[in-house]
Design a protein. Structure first.
Length: 245
């Protein structure tokens, strides 16, 4: 059994390219998909709902998260209800706060009690997870997306924090902690170690899955070969004739 086969954490592909999503759905290690308005904008998406419905239709057997983008709590609730009707495999992404930093507890509580499967996103602290846990309906599934990669970007080790997040969700048996914004493939193993149920992984990181378990001596030799090939192809030269033996 390979190291990947022993993982308990579910891998969700993160992106906004329809062809890439369809391709990833053929990978048995991928268990779901996430996207966000930023990724969609970068991908050139102009019709949010139409694009979302294409994804839902393309991968009907996988959970897919789509985000509300209102900054008013009442409108967030309205958008969340609308998104939830797009398909049975849809998770509604709701930011943990509005743009002013006000906790979106009313939005989370209202939609969760209505049976909407939420993906609460942009979380950075244990206190935020604790606040979310207090308003979630314990009988309704939810995803709690903590941006461990962005936390690491600030110089803070996310591992202890993520362990505390797992503990904070102890009374929410249907809530799954998600390790968001990974920076390297090793984060998949980090997420598994701390007890995260899900990790979102971008295509550039997913491409490195084939490297898991690779012989490091061989990898070293291949790296030397790469440097040599690129230097030769660039026709670089060093005049060593004047150096005394």
């Amino acid at each position: 059994m390979s190291a990947l086969d022993s993982l308990k954490v579910k891998i969700f592909a993160d992106g906004a390219e329809l062809d890439g999503i369809v391709k990833m759905s053929q990978n048995p290690r991928i268990k779901g998909f996430t996207t966000n308005p930023t990724l969609m904008r970068k991908a050139g998406v102009t019709d949010y709902e139409a694009f979302a419905r294409k994804i839902i239709s393309a991968v009907p057997n996988y959970p897919v998260s789509f985000e509300v983008f209102a900054d008013d709590f009442d409108e967030m609730i309205a958008q969340g209800r609308a998104i939830a009707t797009w398909g049975p495999n849809v998770n509604v992404k709701v930011p943990v706060t509005d743009t002013k930093g006000n906790f979106a507890g009313r939005v989370i509580e209202t939609l969760s009690k209505e049976g909407v499967v939420l993906n609460v996103t942009a979380i950075m602290t244990v206190d935020q997870v604790k606040a979310i846990a207090k308003v979630l309906d314990p009988n309704v599934a939810a995803i709690i997306s903590v941006f461990a990669g962005r936390i690491a970007d600030t110089g803070v080790d996310p591992m202890p924090l993520m362990r505390r997040c797992v503990e904070a969700l102890a009374d929410c048996p249907k809530a799954e902690l998600l390790w968001a914004s990974p920076r390297e493939l090793l984060n998949i193993f980090h997420a598994d170690e701390v007890g995260c149920k899900i990790i979102t992984v971008t295509n550039d990181v997913l491409a490195k899955l084939a490297l898991v378990g690779k012989d490091l001596e061989e990898y070293s030799r291949e790296t030397v070969q790469m440097f040599y090939k690129d230097a030769t192809a660039s026709a670089f030269t060093i005049d060593s004739s004047k150096v005394a033996a």
